[in-house]
Design a protein around this ligand. Structure first.
Ligand SMILES: Nc1ncnc2c1ncn2[C@@H]1O[C@H](COP(=O)(O)OP(=O)(O)OP(=O)(O)O)[C@@H](O)[C@H]1O
Ligand SMILES: [Mg+2]
Length: 388
């Protein structure tokens, strides 16, 4: 029997970790393709001094903390580099988890990221060298002209935002200046507003992606609507592809992706989040799917000996985007193949079937959320959708 220990690096949350721990306990040992037995346990990681040559006890870590807390972040880098611990998500691409880098990457791949401009800080950065540097090199700029060129309405939002901090919708010059004055030391993007028909927000966990109808104007607990068939099949597939592509590109495995759908166009506006919202009070209907998938994916990685990847292979994606004869749809198909290969989607599918046959997983917990429209647009037998 091979034992695997999963570490949970946590901040304030208690809902999903409790569910995860319980589901993992109920899962019990599983057999791999060759009949070898694997047992799983998990533990909440505590923070303490560490010797860089210490051997970690964990085989895989689900991290919800290191984005803002640097002691565990540095520990994650160490266990990734020295001990090949499998991480959700890579600490080396945190810097790309500000929206900005991911916007750039997805624009480079030809995705329909709305027109976006980065403007310098309203207030100087707190650095004694600023005054000299600014006097020498900062060019004055015309904020009104930039906004005019993008066109109203537009959004002003931090280049590294999250949780709607500092996000404002701007309809005219007066609102533009009020928002910029209030931005202070936050570095802001101005982004063309999309007058969307549907907000499709996806959550990717390893090889699975769930696309959900998001209602940003509703209170928190009502934002994820329990509604199916809200996208045409092509738009659904595109939303899955974009979510999975961003993850594969940066070698993340547990992040959300926000896309705005207008007609048949899918505009990605937000992704790259080190600590996606998986709160019970927010996901509610989709919460069981998320936690079970987290269990399925982590067990898959450990039992099949999936090797963590720290290196990104941006060139493979850029090579596709640079092919002059491919249209947008053909490029998306190619990106999707690369992303699916990275997440070993076929192997994962086979693995779930294997667990179902062996009785380790209850019926109905197999292929959920792998693609659109497999899951969302077909009524499942028995229980409501999203629950397996
Ligand atoms: N270009 C845009 N067009 C239309 N609406 C937008 C646009 N950008 C942002 N929004 C609206 O503002 C909200 C917050 O924007 P965004 O998702 O970029 O910020 P965030 O702080 O990362 O939010 P979250 O916590 O949901 O990840 C979006 O959910 C959407 O409703
Ligand atoms: Mg965000």
């Amino acid at each position: 029997m091979t034992s695997h220990l999963i570490g949970l690096l946590l901040g304030t949350e208690d809902d999903w970790p409790t569910a995860f721990e319980e589901i993992l306990r109920r899962l019990g040992p599983v057999k791999d393709f060759d009949g070898g037995e694997h047992a799983f346990d998990c533990e909440r990681i505590t923070i303490e001094p560490f010797n860089l040559r210490d051997k970690p006890r964990y085989n895989l870590v689900i991290d919800r903390l290191a984005y803002w807390y640097y002691v565990p972040r540095e520990w994650l880098k160490k266990v990734a580099m020295m001990d090949s611990v499998y991480l959700l998500n890579s600490p080396f691409t945190f810097q790309s988890m500000e929206k900005h880098a991911a916007y750039c990457a997805m624009m480079r791949l030809g995705l329909k990221v709305p027109e976006t401009v980065l403007v310098p800080y309203k207030n100087p950065v707190d650095n004694s060298r600023y005054a000299y540097t600014a006097a020498r090199y900062n060019q004055p700029f015309d904020l009104d002209a930039i906004a005019h060129k993008i066109g109203y309405p537009l959004f002003m939002k931090p280049y590294d935002g999250g949780a709607w901090r500092g996000v404002s919708r701007i309809n005219n010059v007066t609102e533009l200046h009020a928002a910029y004055d209030a931005s202070g030391e936050m570095l802001m993007h101005l982004q063309k507003a999309i007058d969307f028909d549907v907000f499709a927000r996806s959550l990717s966990i390893g090889a699975e992606t769930m696309v959900m109808k998001f209602q940003p104007d509703r209170p928190m607990h009502e934002r994820y609507a329990v509604e199916h068939d809200f996208l045409a099949p092509d738009a659904g597939l595109e939303a899955v592809t974009i979510g999975r592509l961003v993850n594969a590109f940066f070698k993340w495995a547990f992040t959300p992706c926000a896309t705005l759908v207008k007609g048949s166009d899918v505009f990605p506006i937000d992704y790259a989040n080190a600590c996606p919202d998986v709160a019970l009070t927010s996901l509610h209907y989709y919460f069981p799917w998320a936690i079970k998938t987290l269990v399925k994916w982590t067990v898959f990685c450990l039992a099949t000996g999936r090797q963590p990847r720290l290196d990104t292979d941006t060139r493979a994606y850029f090579d596709i985007s640079d092919l002059p004869d491919l249209d947008y749809g053909q490029k998306l198909d190619r990106y999707r193949k690369l992303a699916d290969a990275h997440f070993a989607v076929d192997e994962y599918r086979g693995w779930l079937s294997h667990l179902l046959r062996g009785g380790s997983l209850p019926a109905g917990c197999g292929m959920g959320g792998l693609t659109w429209p497999e899951r969302q647009s077909k009524a499942p037998p028995g229980r409501g959708r999203g629950l397996c």
